[in-house]
Write a protein that binds this ligand. Structure first.
Ligand SMILES: *Cc1c(COP(=O)(O)O)cnc(C)c1O
Length: 366
């Protein structure tokens, strides 16, 4: 049952197009890890992950263990890297054959303890180094000590070694990014000296692939690009939007000058005004910052601006000059340019608008 006139229409064809776009920019042997954290950037993690498995992704990644359990329960067998596991969930990691990011001495000690206790053998772990983002990761000065410690325990093996760029989309930070790449290369050469086997090395996210293709190493981690955004207008124009957010006009009102619209009587009609009420609100992920004439939807190919405040479950738009009727389709997120424009209006980025689409909105997969 779909409870709502509001749906997020997901296109696996668009996903495949975007996947192939990035694949074509990589060496044939470079693996692709599909990032499906946060419900696959606000879309539908199981459907997206299943399709990525089908079209040749080598790895998946989510932020938290809980996100991976639903993928495993849905029968997805690809290796899943947990980017930000919590130590008290290591039991589940092992039980569901998930692969932890090990990013600190505390996390390394705890995972090795558990792996030894459970008598595991060569359990895959992923070691992350901090090359400048200063978020998660061992200091690069710890490289030798980390691999020494890992080498002492047969219970674990290093499946990959990775780092994350801080400003891969920002070409004015090229010098800083190059210093991160150099620092990661040093980590690699130390690792190659110490380990008798070869782990996967990976550094790049979506905009890394676009701007620093030469640093692709063995694998790249693509998130936002799979969903249609390249963090660059020219690239985005060549990608397809995976999720189109649609709704339907619930009711049309004809107001007179002086009438008010919505909560707090935030808007007063200056002249005759026709509004359409749309069943999507801030509880569905439409920011209140888009209210009061700032944000807009598309109705019959025309922009209809939000009138008054965005409510929890609804918003009203100005359709005075738009030929439309109750039941007509409303495009709340029509294309990438629309999402980028709304993001800019509310002082945000497409990542935040996509991941804000709440679980109440029905996902339809085509
Ligand atoms: C989220 C994330 C990514 C994906 O980044 P995009 O910019 O969406 O491609 C890659 N690596 C890490 C460590 C992440 O947290």
């Amino acid at each position: 049952m779909t409870n709502h006139a509001t749906i997020l229409e997901l296109s696996t064809e668009a996903l495949q197009h975007n996947f192939n776009f990035f694949k074509a920019r990589l060496k044939p042997q470079t693996k692709i890890l599909g990032v499906v954290k946060a419900f696959a950037y606000g879309s539908e993690a199981i459907a997206i992950a299943k399709h990525l498995e089908k079209i040749g992704a080598s790895y998946l990644a989510v932020a938290y263990v809980k996100e991976a359990l639903s993928l495993r329960n849905a029968g997805i067998n690809l290796p899943i890297l947990i980017l930000h596991p919590q130590i008290n969930q290591y039991e589940f990691i092992v039980k569901y054959k998930l692969e932890p990011n090990i990013y600190s001495q505390r996390s390394l000690d705890a995972f090795i303890d558990l792996a030894n206790q459970k008598k595991l053998s060569n359990y895959p772990i992923h070691i992350k180094f901090n090359t400048g983002l200063n978020r998660l990761g061992f200091d690069v000065a710890q490289v030798e000590a980390v691999f020494n410690q890992v080498n002492k325990h047969d219970s674990v093996m290093v499946a990959s070694v990775f780092s994350h760029l801080a400003a891969s989309e920002d070409l004015s930070e090229k010098e800083f990014t190059q210093s991160q790449i150099q620092s990661f290369k040093k980590v690699i050469s130390q690792c190659e000296k110490q380990l008798i086997y070869k782990p996967i090395f990976h550094l790049l996210n979506t905009s890394g692939v676009i701007n620093y293709n030469e640093a692709q190493f063995d694998m790249v981690r693509i998130g936002i690009g799979l969903y249609g955004f390249g963090n660059d207008d020219k690239i985005t124009a060549q990608l397809k939007l995976v999720g189109v957010l649609k709704s339907k006009i619930s009711q049309i009102h004809h107001l007179k000058a002086g009438d008010s619209v919505g909560y707090n009587r935030a808007y007063f009609a200056k002249a005759d005004l026709t509004t359409a009420t749309i069943p999507i609100g801030h509880a569905d992920g439409i920011s209140r910052q888009l209210g009061n004439g700032k944000g807009y939807v598309y109705i019959n190919n025309q922009k209809a601006f939000i009138v008054g405040n965005v409510c929890m479950d609804m918003l009203m738009v100005n359709v005075t000059n738009i030929d439309c009727a109750e039941g007509d389709v409303v495009l709340v997120f029509k294309n990438q340019q629309h999402i980028e424009d709304l993001a800019q209006i509310q002082g945000s980025i497409p990542y935040e608008l996509l991941t804000a689409i709440s679980q109440r909105v029905d996902r339809i997969i085509s």
